[in-house]
Design a protein around this ligand. Sequence first.
Ligand SMILES: Nc1ncnc2c1ncn2[C@@H]1O[C@H](COP(=O)(O)OP(=O)(O)OP(=O)(O)O)[C@@H](O)[C@H]1O
Length: 464
Amino acid sequence: MTDETWGQVCNELQKAVGQNNYTTWIAPLELIDLEDGIASFQAPTKFMCDWVSRNFAEPILSELRRAGISAERVDISVPARRPMNGTANGATRPAVPAPAPAPAAAAKLRRTPRPDEPLPGAPLDSRFTFDSFVVGKPNELAHAAAKRVAEGGPVTFNPLFLYGGVGLGKTHLMHAIAHDLQHQRPDLRVLYLSAEQFMYRFVQALREKQIMDFKEMFRSIDVLMVDDVQFIAGKDSTQEEFFHTFNALVDQGKQIVISADRAPGEIKDLEERIKSRLSCGLVVDLHPTDYELRLGILQTKTEAYKVQYPDLQIAPGVLEFVAHRITSNVRILEGALTRLFAYASLIGREITMDLAQECLKDQLRQSERKVTVEEIQRKVAEHYNVRLSDLVGPKRLRAIARPRQVAMFLAKSLTTRSLPDIGRRFGGRDHTTIMHGIRKIEELRGTDSQLAEDIELLRRLLES
Ligand SMILES: Nc1ncnc2c1ncn2[C@@H]1O[C@H](COP(=O)(O)OP(=O)(O)OP(=O)(O)O)[C@@H](O)[C@H]1O
């Protein structure tokens, strides 16, 4: 392949993967060879080699093919280094030594990274923008805080700590911040990476004796975003380095955004000093989705699908049904919608309620509540600070009777147990007593907002 053809392939790749990804991941590659359908490249580091192989091999192959080059496989390696003490720990060596890079390339690979070089973070998902993020009660604070950071103005809270369960939009918001900053403040050096990648790069820098480069690179960043920070818990030297990086950046007034699956204080095996540093800024919880947010997300994504499948009709009530029944997280909700559209387009039928039930039966079964009456009793007793034995016992004091009725109400609405069955689990009460308890709560819920809140909170706790 001529340099000119490779240049054209690069131009196309730039369009396909985006400027940022291209500069960070593709530009540093050195094309070494193209033989027997194998396109061989060298990458400056092992990390880069793994990342590009995993994420960019496909686009490279398809652009090569579009340029008329028959390529079956992309092979990326790092330049062979002379082992310091025999072979590296059990590492297998390639059967054929990797070709030596051209002198210019070798010089490039050994050069110490300078602060003005592109940052080796993780690629950003172009779909994760503020425009595509649906805002509702459970995520409005997180969204507002992320928007503030994305303006790139003076740092008002540091760090911004976003936490919440799986698939609730933490990564989406972080990518959205990075996209906006790239657009509005191209002068800022923004780095997004997962805590796992932070560790990987740190360990690699230690191994390659490039720890000063590592420190210098991380301290040159204006906005650092680290996803899933719980990953570094229990990893002592990574935590130590993270702590120093964090402090150095905060001292320089640089913005930090962190995400985790739980609040800083609740991350097990994370050093106390890190917990307290992480709690210093704004800590925001992404709550589990509620019905309105799920419906909003489904409606927004359906609009996009209608462009893709203009002939498909969706019957009234289907989105409401899905929003009602699939409550686990947004990733699963999105998966259900994708499946629905793909299925309907394959069989060429309107998306009706029947079709949705048929097509999503596995997802619906999985999300069926499996909460037990005993669990409900335990949680209610905890919440109202009464003894479990009292909750199911005979005492008639209001302070116990009311929580008992709440537990009966939740048992009826969250399980499939019959009234006599529930009665048996409440100390052998008659089914009419259970019915009376449920009615009482239904009635009070309309007038007593505290009670309504308690029930909503308990329901969420039990369903999460
Ligand atoms: N409010 C929202 N509006 C639109 N899409 C959303 C919203 N919340 C989440 N999503 C989508 O749900 C999927 C999962 O979100 P994301 O990857 O950000 O979750 P996460 O909180 O980082 O979870 P994890 O901890 O598992 O990585 C993504 O496709 C994302 O675009």
